[in-house]
Design a protein around this ligand. Structure first.
Ligand code: IMP
Ligand code: MG
Length: 178
């Protein structure tokens, strides 16, 4: 199995390119079937989901729109936890079907914050599409509508996911070699 070094760590391929492509096509077909006639707005969470989003929306067979958002997290010295703020969504979502597109749901806290912010914008309904999730790490109850792969609790990178800013361009998904 192919092994690579990124910064100070070694990684090996855990999901090859062909498997990712096939699974993304399946998700695209499923979303196309379930959301036909809805003209959904895909909302991709930057940075990690940009490659998955680009591939997924090209597997969606009907009219749709695409938006990108980003979270900034501030670590306040006198507050507890992160304060997450949404950057870049000016679109009116009232009455629309939206599909949140994420690279990976880990603890689920990012997705929970995202859901709460989206609900305030009064969409008709909200679907969640994530390429990956780590069920063992999940801390909150989430109803994930479309999930590509359920993976063990190991650090991964590639296909949009980074290690310290690097390796997003890899075509496969790699797992940290411990
Ligand atoms: P959560 O809020 O804990 O669910 O974290 C979600 C975010 O953490 C994802 O959007 C990723 O950007 C990042 N993340 C979680 N696990 C990994 C990983 O294994 N590799 C790279 N990024 C990760
Ligand atoms: Mg992310």
């Amino acid at each position: 199995m192919k092994t690579i070094q990124v910064r100070d760590k070694m990684f090996r391929v855990s999901i090859p390119e062909t498997e990712i492509k096939q699974r993304v096509a399946e998700l695209g077909a499923q979303i196309s079937e379930e959301l036909k006639g809805e003209k959904p707005i895909f909302i991709a969470i930057l940075n990690g989901s940009f490659i998955f989003a680009a591939d997924l929306i090209r597997c969606f067979e009907h009219e749709c729109e695409v938006e990108f958002i980003k979270f900034s997290s501030y670590e306040g010295t006198d507050t507890t936890g992160d304060v997450k703020q949404l950057i870049g969504l000016n679109k009116d979502l009232t009455g629309r079907t939206i599909v949140i597109v994420e690279d990976i749901v880990d603890t689920g806290l990012t997705m929970k914050a995202m859901l709460e912010m989206m609900k305030e914008k009064n969409p008709k309904n909200i679907k969640i599409a994530t390429l990956l999730m780590k069920p063992e790490k999940l801390q909150v109850a989430l109803n994930i509508d479309y999930c590509g792969f359920r993976i063990p609790n190991d650090f991964i990178l590639g296909y949009g996911l980074d290690y310290d800013g690097e390796a997003r361009n890899l075509k496969e998904i790699y797992t940290l070699v411990k």
